[in-house]
Design a binder for this molecule. Sequence first.
Ligand code: ATP
Length: 454
Amino acid sequence: MKAVARLLCSVHRFTPVALLPRASFFSVLFACFSPCRSVADVVCTAGNPRCLRPVDIPQGPPPQPGPCETIGGTQKLRKPVIERSRNNGSCSLMQTSQAQIQIEHVSRLFGQTAALDDVSVSLSKGDFSVLLGPSGCGKSTLLRLIAGLDRQTGGAIRIGGEDVGDRPPSMRDLSMVFQSYALFPHLSVAENILFGLKVRKVSKAERLARLDLVAAMMGLTPLLARKPSELSGGQQQRVALARAVISERPICLMDEPLSNLDAKLRADMRVELRAIQQKLGLTVVYVTHDQIEAMTMADKIIVMNAGRIEQVGTPEEVYARPATIFTAGFIGTPPMNLFPGRLFAGQDGLPQGVGDAQLIGLRPEDIHIAESGPEADTRGIEYLGADRLVSARLGDTDFIMRAPASAPPPPARFAFGWAQGRESIFDAATGARLTQFDHPTASNPKKDLTHETA
Ligand code: ATP
């Protein structure tokens, strides 16, 4: 069996990653028995739940020691990161690690299909960065490139300022958590969490010390002797997370880790995940198509569409000041309403010169019933408890207004009003935000006075 595996290994070493079948029987078999670990990791990343290799990626030579690490001829292990982040001393892994990730003009072609097309973004150390976009926009491809599980066809990826193009996953100092928790069903919770450390030959005393800390932090202490089948989905996901945390990698990549959970558990896990990330100062890159996850957890959201980046910003920025009509429509439930500029031409409160060539974007909560103004027709009302969503029409444009349920329902016809200064103005031809029309805010006090409101 070993000889066969070695033969397979030597073949696989020369197999371009892109050619590896996503979930073929042979890949899974190979992944689970392969002695050439980095390739096994690659196969595992196909996200096949049957592939049970741990995601700590413990293989390969250790990363270069930081200034506070003593890694000699025999590999000495670093102290638990939890300890160091608590004592806040100068030897903190989170302080010394170069965890910033730079994506520079990265492209990934699959034949004629551009999964990523000239993508550039910089992800800051200690940030929770979320790659958000619809299915097929290239989120997972970008995550796989950062992990080293796939190779870009153009551009460069730097971690801590160093080009990691030639580094296998094991040399990138990161851990991963997948949607399929990838737990060993025959191992206990404790054994699952410790698996990566055992492979890396961390001493037993060190393993147990780290386990104590991580299990307590994750609320897993009473569950350590159980098997994964005896856990709820949320508990299993916490074990997967604990396995990543215990590895003490400064960067953690997560691909839709909560999508198998029910709504209540997802909400709980969002809070837990964010708390743990902040406590440890982890640099997290998180893939999701769920905007609630992005809005509630992210320091920075990277909105993606068709292999390109539409906008990078805080949740507040992408919501209040979408850079494109794609972001305006993708972020927000219901999405931002878009009106042709001519419907508003000449209205008080709009910048001069807005007309047919522009689109006016208004969030549902920024529209209200006014005392006077253009007349809108009510078409339907949805009662949501705290508020009502009113479907209405202005001219030939349908829109949705959010109104407090405590207010009386709108009549069949009402005067359209909006919170002036909250509108977003886009170029109708390109879909790009026309920032010269932006009103000043606390975070963006500059305003182009040549476009003063009328
Ligand atoms: P989802 O949310 O559905 O997982 P995603 O945003 O993560 O989508 P990717 O998996 O990154 O999207 O895929 C981006 C594009 O690249 C898609 O059009 C996909 O079909 C294509 N693609 C991804 N992997 C391959 C592959 N191995 N071979 C060919 N095309 C691929």
